[in-house]
Design a protein around this ligand. Structure first.
Ligand SMILES: Cc1cc2nc3c(=O)[nH]c(=O)nc-3n(C[C@H](O)[C@H](O)[C@H](O)COP(=O)(O)OP(=O)(O)OC[C@H]3O[C@@H](n4cnc5c(N)ncnc54)[C@H](O)[C@@H]3O)c2cc1C
Length: 413
């Protein structure tokens, strides 16, 4: 059933972190925008459509970045905070300074980042870390980089809601059924699962992990999807109060089964619980391919099998931690061949992409969405950031993947 005679300027498929941001920027640029944004499933186990990587209450943000493009994205993200908060119905950005802790010899990336260290970043040795954070037990030899200021935590749910609200206020129409096909003729037609057909001049695909194998693109992109497990400790009131000032932290913990930890202070979740987060790469992670397998992982993957693996490092880091109950959260990280999203043109004047968050794009979702919007709107790359850093690669075109390896392979190397 065609959507009543309206031909939009752009249809954005995927109202996740990057897609919702792109839709907002396109609409605020004066374009007539359709956003195909199925809501977060209320019953994930029974859900048959796509899932998103933004179904959570906390994501970490920081300004210490390894490369110039990343540093510029971080700068733009900070500049966008007020405009995002302006459309939010609850705070999106919270959190004190972000703490990055690792052993210098384990972490070439951080050594490089420190060369471009923004003003105000404090370097903390073991004694300084212990003095500043008495509730945390750091492993020996760790060095900390404390990014000052606020806003080092953001709520991905609240950010997506704010961006969609802003897009709607600027005239966009949100469709809540998922897209099942794209056909291009004189105009493009996006067919939705409920059989609605949305017509537009241009289409931007921003579907995250659910891109290859879904029939939306003719040729698969070079993408690697990885299972991600977050351990969540449920805290009582007193324990949550005791740990309320924990820093949002990336922690290069040395552990047999767990690495690359990211952790946030206790946060309130929609079911009323207060949860302390311990996200990580684990030796249980695996590559996962195709929408069927990815949806299965989201629906009923055995992430609880990692509780025993992840608990010891978390409990050693927060001595005396009093936990009411343990649970896990499942997610999928989408890696590209160059660790930045593919923001590119597939068919000039017609079909565009913004795909692949690489496990680190929540904090830059707004500027990434703005980049995609500027490409779609102008029909060519107009941003001063280098287009080649965002160029799409197709399946088979990437020999060496620069991003995360599987921890199990790193540990056995
Ligand atoms: C556990 C975890 C922790 C993370 N922590 C951080 C962090 O601390 N800091 C940070 O910066 N980043 C972090 N990230 C990464 C960040 O969340 C992602 O980079 C970001 O969500 C990517 O945005 P996206 O829009 O590309 O994808 P998503 O947010 O996944 O959005 C894609 C959207 O497309 C929709 N979709 C898919 N197929 C269709 C279809 N056919 N029709 C319509 N809609 C469709 C989905 O429903 C979804 O809403 C983390 C990721 C995970 C998994």
């Amino acid at each position: 059933m065609p959507y009543p005679s309206r031909v939009f300027d752009v249809t954005v498929i995927g109202g996740g972190m990057i897609g919702a941001s792109a839709a907002r920027h396109l609409a605020e640029d004066g374009l007539d925008v359709a956003v195909v944004a199925p809501p977060e499933p209320t019953d994930p186990a029974a859900h048959t459509g796509p899932f998103g990587a933004h179904y959570d209450e906390t994501r970490l943000s920081r300004t210490v970045q390894r490369g110039a493009v990343e540093a510029e994205l971080a700068r733009r993200a900070r500049a966008a905070v007020a405009s995002i908060e302006g459309f939010a119905d609850r705070p999106v950005y919270t959190g004190s300074g972000h703490l990055f802790v690792s052993r210098p010899e384990d972490d070439e990336g951080m050594a490089e980042a420190v060369l471009n260290m923004p003003d105000g970043v404090e370097v903390l040795d073991g004694a300084a870390l212990a003095g500043r954070y008495p509730s945390i037990e750091f492993q020996p030899g760790m060095v900390g980089f404390l990014d000052p200021g606020t806003g080092s935590l953001l709520s991905p749910r609240a950010l997506v809601a704010a961006q969609l609200r802003a897009a709607t206020a600027a005239g966009s129409h949100v469709f809540t059924s998922s897209a099942v096909g794209v056909a291009s003729d004189a105009t493009s037609t996006v067919t939705l699962a409920d059989d609605t057909r949305v017509r537009s001049r241009k289409v931007l695909v921003a579907t995250g992990a659910f891109t290859n194998g879904t029939g939306l693109l003719e040729r698969p992109l070079a993408l690697r999807m990885k299972t991600e497990t977050v351990l969540l400790a449920e805290l009582g009131e007193a324990e949550a109060r005791r740990l309320a000032d924990l820093p949002p932290m990336h922690y290069g913990v040395r552990d047999r089964g767990v690495g690359d930890v990211y952790t946030a202070p206790p946060a309130a979740y929609p079911d009323g619980s207060v949860l302390l987060k311990w996200g990580a790469n684990t030796i249980h992670d695996r590559w996962i391919e195709g929408p069927g397998a990815i949806a299965d992982w989201y629906r009923h993957g055995d992430s609880d099998a990692s509780i025993g693996l992840m608990r010891p490092s978390m409990e050693a880091t927060y001595p005396g931690l009093e936990v009411l109950g343990w649970r896990t959260h499942r997610c999928v990280v989408t890696y590209t061949g160059h660790m930045l999203p593919y923001i590119d043109t597939l068919i000039p004047g017609r079909l565009y992409l913004a795909i692949g968050g690489n496990g680190r794009s929540a904090k830059w979702a707004d500027p990434l969405g703005a980049l995609a919007a500027s490409l779609v709107s102008a029909g060519k790359w107009v941003d001063p950031l280098p287009a080649e850093r965002f160029e799409a690669r197709y399946d088979g075109e990437v020999d060496v993947w620069p991003g995360r390896d599987l921890l199990v392979e790193r540990r056995s190397a």
